[in-house]
Design a protein around this ligand. Structure first.
Ligand code: PLP
Length: 451
């Protein structure tokens, strides 16, 4: 199963007991986002390469679901072919615990250290400053825990950070945080930041590289510089950036987090950059030089680095085919947006006036007499996997703080659709999605243009 278990894709539909059936569920917020069992769908295949259930790529055939055009990569990017191969290879070649004293342990440890070197090179930081984690949620928790327990002073946190930043901030930094406001575009207010930094007393600033709901890109390079000049620690959540845009420079952040499953690596593995003297969240073992206790996920780490390496020729460095490939992909997204605005009057694209990830569109759909999940459910039935944003993780629907910070009313927030493509999504996929939305809009009685 490659969709994020907390993705809203599981919300609007009730997965039928019989294989291949999906029926639209009632739009009940309290029940709809609880992940439902999906039968026995899984990565499938075996080491001989037989993989009848899932074929990786823009069209994904998954047992029990059928063919789907997948537009939910910001929730989880399906495991890439290179990552899958690397994972299978690693579990065979490195079965031992990398902390063990024998030669099999040493081999596993050497492989993990090689991966650390590689990643440090791409990010532009010392490999020994990187610590493996179970993902970006753990990494963000660990960093906020460190700031809360090992530093003094005010921590500035942008209003649009992921809940895995805000929740630990509330727990460990009670009374020590100030919220960086964003403009209507979703970009942090640089004038506010400038004025606040001048007033002094700031110890750290937390601003993500790109937003998971809107794709809006933050000026993290400029903020890095400002922070370094002002002796403020700069913390960057790069979960949605890494593997999509060039990684160079991210490693200059004082603290950094990222997650493998956002770019084709496996779920449950990630990385953070953290300094010497980091106060660990997880204790009970001396792994990672005491900065994160627990046996590292050897196969997950090697698979994550393989996924990034595969992507590397395209986006981890600005050379290679990325120079052409990124603008082309962005243009497909832009053409979709223009056509959508013509086709369904009243739609509003969030962050439209500012740089966004090439793969993401967050759009407020017109009122259709029902909540947003009707759109998701109907599109799901038509074979398109889109999402409603990030509000589903608790199993309960809440207005998105990100959209609220951008000035959206809660009824608008309820009508938000998040569409996030992957590297293999084609222009034709975007066109097909547009047709499906047009069809859905007609069914919902929302005015549709006549082309
Ligand atoms: N930060 C951002 C910006 C994210 O988009 C996500 C996942 O949606 C996370 C953190 C959490 O990542 P993980 O799923 O690895 O815990």
């Amino acid at each position: 199963m490659w969709a994020s278990p907390s993705s809203c894709l599981s919300g609007p539909v009730a997965w039928g007991r019989e294989r291949g059936t999906v029926r639209e569920g009632a739009c009940r917020p309290e029940a709809s986002c609880v992940p439902q069992p999906r039968g026995t769908a899984g990565p499938g295949g075996d080491r001989t390469g037989r993989s009848p259930e899932i074929s990786l790529g823009r069209f994904i055939a998954v047992r029990d679901i059928g063919r789907v055009r997948y537009f939910d990569h910001n929730a989880t990017h399906p495991l890439s072919a290179a990552a899958r191969e690397s994972w299978l290879d690693a579990v065979d070649r490195f079965p031992a615990n990398p902390s063990s004293p024998h030669r099999w342990g040493a081999r596993a440890s050497a492989a993990v250290e090689e991966a650390r070197e590689q990643l440090g090179g791409w990010l532009g930081c010392r490999p020994q400053d990187l610590v493996w984690t179970s993902g970006a949620t753990e990494a963000n928790n660990a960093i906020l825990h460190h700031l809360g327990t090992a530093t003094h002073g005010t921590v500035l946190i942008s209003a649009v950070e992921h809940p895995s930043v805000w929740s630990p901030a509330r727990r460990w930094l009670d009374g020590r945080t100030e919220t960086i406001p964003v403009r209507v575009s979703g970009v942090v207010d640089l004038d506010w930041i400038d004025a606040r930094v001048r007033r002094g007393g700031v110890t750290a600033m937390v601003v993500m590289a790109a937003n998971n709901e809107t794709g809006v890109i933050q000026p993290w390079r400029a903020l890095q510089e400002l922070c370094h000049a002002s002796e403020i620690r700069f913390v960057c959540d790069a979960a949605q950036w890494l593997g999509r845009l060039p990684a160079e420079g991210l490693g200059a952040s004082d603290l950094l987090t990222a997650s493998a499953h956002k770019f084709g690596g496996p779920q449950g593995v990630g990385v953070m950059k953290c300094p010497v003297g980091f106060r660990p969240l997880l204790v009970g073992g001396l792994q990672e030089e005491g900065r994160r206790a627990g046996t590292v996920n050897v196969a997950g780490i090697l698979s994550m680095v393989a996924a990034l390496e595969e992507r590397g020729a395209r986006v981890a460095s600005p050379s290679g085919d990325s120079a052409e490939a990124l603008p082309v992909r962005a243009s497909w997204r832009d053409q979709f947006v223009e056509a959508l605005k013509d086709a369904v009057p009243g739609v509003r694209v969030l962050g439209e006036s500012v740089p966004r990830l090439w793969n993401t569109v967050a759009v407020i759909m017109p009122e259709a007499g029902d909540c947003r999940r009707r759109w998701v459910a109907r599109l799901d039935k038509l074979g398109f996997a889109v999402s409603t944003g990030s509000a589903c993780s608790s199993g309960r629907e809440q207005p998105s703080p990100v959209l609220a910070a951008m000035g959206c009313r809660s009824d608008e927030s309820d009508r938000m659709l998040r569409i996030s493509a992957g590297w293999d999504t084609s222009g034709e996929d975007w066109t097909a999605l547009l047709s499906a939305i047009r069809q859905t809009a007609t069914e919902f009685g929302v005015a549709v243009d006549r082309q």
